[in-house]
Design a protein around this ligand. Structure first.
Ligand code: PHE
Length: 340
């Protein structure tokens, strides 16, 4: 009896060991077959009922099966461990020869980048980049630019007045004056920088924004020169044909004065909140320098003349990247800034 029972049991156990899906299933087989209440110990309990001459042989067979199954279990167990180990190695593999990722690096703000590009264009044309103070004297911000005392630009609405009569400069034009005072004619300067106006905030107005001023003083400077430089500038910035229009514009420090508008690139001229539904965005105030302005800075308008322009750097950035709200630019939101 025990022989067939034993060999059947061994065959069944081996099959279960072979097909076990994992260590847990293997453990169940071990308990059920080799455990204290397992099938083998059931059989061994029956040994005592055998006739004495059969008992020893059956006991040996039982032991042999027990050892064989233990070995099979152990072998299968080792197999599982090896597979798990290999999977872990594959999953956790690290190439220690790779360079470390290093800290996340910042980058230039889109306004700084555009500013640098425009500086490159103008320095290659013989212009010097000038800096001026953000806290200006009333003289440099207004008087020396032929802005009379009753001009609306001096209105408390637009200007941040500081105690002592200084102002936060409302435009970069005072740097024209500082350039003329410092270098005299002939002169080619640009002056990028931050300007401030006490304005109602909306999608196209901020109290703080960036302008870029330009001025050239020489002999026989004409509107043709001005137009040439403006076109060179816009082609460099937009790297394509942009539709512009030149309208007469009033600025006390130029005569004649113009406003150069570009076709709104955000809505393609259809009208949107940035162009206030007009399809055009005012980008550059410009003109030929007023003789009074030259004279006040010690330059003889009979001998010298020039052009000047002041472009809205912030607005130009908005056109370039189709940003429809000026408040994003200085808002400090990394979700916005990381796109550039
Ligand atoms: N300063 C003018 C402004 O802020 C722009 C300008 C500069 C116009 C130079 C003419 C010449 O609007």
């Amino acid at each position: 009896m025990p022989e067939t029972v034993l060999s059947n049991l061994e065959a069944a156990a081996r099959e279960r060991i072979r097909t076990a899906a994992g260590a847990e299933e293997l453990e169940r087989v071990r308990v059920e077959v080799l455990g204290r209440k397992g099938s083998l110990s059931e059989i061994s309990k029956g040994l005592g009922k055998l006739p004495p001459e059969e008992r020893a042989g059956a006991g040996r067979q039982l032991n042999a099966v027990k050892q064989a199954l233990e070995a099979a279990l152990q072998a299968r167990q080792t197999e599982f461990e090896e597979t798990a180990g290999k999977a872990r190695l594959a999953a956790e593999w690290i190439d220690l020869t790779l360079p470390a990722p290093g800290p996340a690096r910042g980058h230039l703000h889109p306004i700084s980048r555009l500013q640098a590009e425009i500086e490159d264009v103008f320095t290659s044309l013989g212009f010097t980049v000038l800096d001026g103070p953000e806290v200006e004297t009333e003289y440099h911000n207004f008087d020396a630019l032929n802005i009379p005392r009753d001009h609306p630009a001096r209105d408390m609405q637009d200007t941040f007045w500081l105690t002592g009569g200084s102002v936060l400069r409302t435009h970069t034009s005072p740097v024209q004056v500082r350039g003329m005072e410092r270098f005299g004619p002939p002169l080619r300067i640009i002056a990028p920088g931050r300007v401030f106006r006490n304005e109602e905030l909306d999608a196209s107005h901020e109290h703080t924004f960036y302008q870029l001023e330009g001025m050239m003083v020489d002999r026989d400077v004409s509107v043709a020169h001005l137009v040439y430089f403006m076109k060179t500038l816009l082609t460099a910035v937009f790297k394509r044909e942009v539709t512009v229009r030149l309208r007469p514009g009033f600025f006390p420090f130029v005569e004649p004065g113009f406003e150069l508008d570009i076709h709104c690139l955000i809505c393609g001229g259809q009208g949107c909140r940035v162009c206030k539904q007009s399809g055009w965005v005012e980008q550059i105030g410009c003109g030929l320098v007023h003789p009074n302005v030259l004279r006040m800075s010690g330059i003889d308008p009979e001998e010298w003349n020039g052009f000047a322009f002041g472009l809205g750097l912030t607005r130009l950035v908005m056109m370039r990247y189709a940003i429809d709200d000026v408040r994003y630019l200085q808002g400090g939101d990394l979700r916005f800034l990381n796109q550039f």
